[in-house]
Design a protein around this ligand. Sequence first.
Ligand SMILES: [Zn+2]
Length: 343
Amino acid sequence: MAVKFKDYYEVLGVPRTASDSDIRSEYRKLARKHHPDVNPGDKSAEDRFKDINEAYDVLSDPEKRKRYDQLGQNWKAGSDFTPPPGAGGTRVEFGDFGDIFGSDGGSGGFSDFFESMFGASRGRGGSRSGSNFGMQGRDIEAEITISLEEAHRGVTRTISLEASQPCPDCGGTGSKDGKVCPTCRGAGVVRRTKTLEVTIPAGVREGSVIRLAGQGNAGTRGAPPGDLFLHVRIAPHPLFQIVGEDDIEIEFPVAPWEAALGAKVIVPTLDGTVEMNIRAGTQGGQRLRLRGQGLARRGGGRGDQYVKIKLVIPPKLTPTERDLFQKLAAESLFNPRDLLPRR
Ligand SMILES: [Zn+2]
């Protein structure tokens, strides 16, 4: 039977020399992008998703990858290909994508090329019951919100989430005492809330993704579990704003006489406080920099903290203050309107 040759390396966009981890990371990227859940009703995304899974199924399995590589590079994707004698017919294990697409047989499964190379482990249109291959657990995507200080220092959090787990009654086999397990109805997995302790390293940022390998949904019948991807969010902070990648900024109130005469002030930082000099003649809106007082970086080092001067006027004056301001007003030669640009 002639079938169209598929270039699995091309499908995943990796070189033929790609390492297992490169293949895995490219696969994850593509699978997330083309997953039917994020592209509902998009037939081409669904086809692409199937191709990606098929390519990954082969390239992530050393045995299959070896057999595939032995075909040589003489084949071009899409050209007619006749499998060498001995190929195909072997029963192999692979995930049952029928479940993902909500279809049973027919449109699910892998291409003719795959089946001619590695054999069909799932009879087309045939019954799946009694088959003993497992399905790898799906990944879980979840969100976690932490404070700015926690992003800076790292934190250990206990989180709870819904995930499928091996059925405790049948040990994940799906059957009990020769009958279909009543707890999981034969699936081998049950949905339960699970609690995890998660360590979030210092230096994460808004949008950072933490991968917890094997903490996704359980696989069926001994197949490996998926991973958990935690997307980090950073809660707004009452004092500090994140600016750029690693810097923070605080709006810092200063009295007119402090700005005019200069002052030593205590400024809050992520780790406590520091003393800072405000020079005589400091203007409102000016940004002063505290080097190395910003956010910790993943690889070490820190960003800076900016102190944005906000001139504040006493909302109410004591009689003495009033008197002093009046003296100043009478005495001063300073006219702020002189600073306006000339027309
Ligand atoms: Zn069970």
